[in-house]
Design a protein around this ligand. Structure first.
Ligand code: ASP
Length: 344
C-alpha cells in the first residue's frame, strides 16, 4: 500500500489563522487557503492535502453546537475519501469541540485531530507550524492499512491527547492543554512515539453514524463557600431544566447542611439529573467517601467520576437530545462511551 495519504484540513478559525488588524490592533481571522500553500514543509509529506474553510472563520469563543454539526457534516460527507481529518480551531473552546465530536461521531475509525496555536501562523515565533505539521503526520499515520489513532484527539505542543479528556489550562504558554486524568496518546520528540495501550481501537469497522442533535436543557452550577440559597433556587427552578452539572469540591463533596441537601433532593425528585463533577483538575469523584458526599449520593446525585466539565457538558447535550428515559441517561453517564471516564 502506498504511503501517500489523503488528508482533509478543516479550518474553523482561531488564532492560528489570524492577523493583526492594522486599524484596531486586535487579532482578526484572515483567508487561510493561501497559507496552506505557503508552508513548503507540507508538500514534503507527499500526501494529498485538501482544505475547507469556515466562511467566515470564527474565534472559538463564538462556537456553538451548530458549528459542531457543520464540522461533523464535513467529516461525514468526506469520510470515505480521506484517511484522516485535521481540524484547525481556536484553543479557547477546543476541548468542548473535541469532546462534542467524540460523542457525535459514532463508529469512528479514522483520526480526527484538532489543533491550533497560541501565536498566529504568520508570526516569527509561532507554534502553529509544528502543531499543524505534526497533526497532519498523525492523521496520516497508518500501519497495516489501519490508522494508528482512530480517535478524536487534540494535538498541541508536542503531545497528543484524547479530545474528551482535555482542558485548556494556559492562556499564556504554548502548552495550553492538559489531560490530567488520562495519559497522553503520543509524544513528538525526535520521533513520534505512540502510547498504544491507551489508544481506543474499534472492535469492528462499522459505517460512521453522526449524532446531530443537541439539547440546551442543562446548566453548570459551581459551588463556592457561602453560595446563596436564592440563587440556587433560581438555577434549580429554571423552566424545562433537565440536567445540572454540579461542580463540587475535592472528591465530589458539597455542603451537608439541611437547606442545601433539601434543594438537591427536590431537584432530583422533579426528574432533574444532577451530575457530580469535581472542581479539581486531577482525580475522581468518589461519592460516599466523605459524609459530605454520602448525603449527595442519598439525595440521588450521580457520580461524574473523573470526567472533565467539557466532556460532561457535551455528553449530556447529546444524551438529552436523544429519546431516552432519564434512568437510561443516568446509566450512560456512569459508563465510558468514548473513553471519557474511568469508572471505578
Ligand atoms: N480566542 C482564540 C480562539 O479560541 C484563541 C486561540 O485560538 O488560541 O479562537
Amino acid at each position: 500500500m502506498s504511503d501517500k495519504k489523503s488528508i482533509l484540513l478543516i479550518h474553523t478559525g482561531g488564532t492560528i489563522g489570524m492577523m493583526k488588524d492594522p486599524l484596531t490592533g486586535s487579532l482578526v481571522p484572515f483567508d487561510f487557503s493561501s497559507v496552506v500553500e505557503s508552508i513548503p514543509e507540507l508538500s514534503k509529506f507527499g500526501h494529498n492535502i485538501d482544505s475547507v474553510q469556515f466562511d467566515p472563520p470564527i474565534d472559538s469563543s463564538d462556537i456553538h453546537p451548530g458549528f459542531w454539526t457543520r464540522i461533523a457534516e464535513i467529516i461525514e460527507k468526506n469520510y470515505s475519501n480521506y484517511h484522516g481529518f485535521v481540524i484547525l480551531h481556536g484553543t479557547d473552546t477546543m476541548a468542548y469541540s473535541a469532546s462534542a465530536l467524540s460523542f457525535m461521531l459514532e463508529n469512528l475509525s479514522k483520526p480526527v485531530i484538532f489543533t491550533g496555536s497560541q501565536l498566529p501562523i504568520g508570526t516569527l515565533r509561532t507554534d502553529a507550524r509544528e502543531n499543524l505539521i505534526t497533526s497532519i503526520e498523525i492523521a496520516a499515520s497508518y500501519e497495516n492499512g489501519m490508522p494508528i489513532v482512530p480517535e478524536v484527539c487534540i494535538y498541541f505542543e508536542s503531545k497528543l491527547y484524547r479530545g474528551n479528556r482535555t482542558t485548556k489550562v494556559n492562556a499564556e504558554h504554548f502548552n495550553a492543554f492538559q489531560s490530567a486524568n488520562y495519559p497522553y496518546l503520543a509524544k513528538a520528540g525526535v520521533d513520534l512515539v505512540y502510547n498504544r495501550e491507551f489508544i481506543r481501537y474499534p472492535k469492528n469497522i462499522e459505517p460512521l453514524l453522526v449524532h446531530h442533535k443537541f439539547s440546551d436543557q442543562l446548566t453548570i452550577l459551581k459551588l463556592f463557600p457561602g453560595i446563596n440559597r436564592r440563587y440556587m433556587d433560581t438555577i434549580l427552578g429554571i423552566e424545562n431544566l433537565r440536567a445540572v452539572i454540579l461542580e463540587t469540591y475535592g472528591s465530589g463533596n458539597a455542603p451537608s447542611e439541611d437547606w442545601f441537601i433539601k434543594r438537591i433532593k427536590k431537584a432530583v425528585d422533579k426528574g432533574i439529573i444532577l451530575l457530580d463533577v469535581t472542581q479539581c483538575s486531577r482525580g475522581s469523584v468518589e461519592l460516599g467517601r466523605y459524609e459530605t458526599s454520602r448525603t449527595l449520593l442519598e439525595a440521588g446525585v450521580i457520580s461524574g467520576y473523573d470526567i472533565t466539565t467539557e466532556a460532561a457538558t457535551t455528553k449530556l447535550m447529546i444524551l438529552l437530545a436523544q429519546k431516552l428515559e432519564t434512568q437510561e441517561i443516568k446509566m450512560l453517564l456512569n459508563k465510558s462511551l468514548k473513553g471519557e471516564i474511568s469508572p471505578h
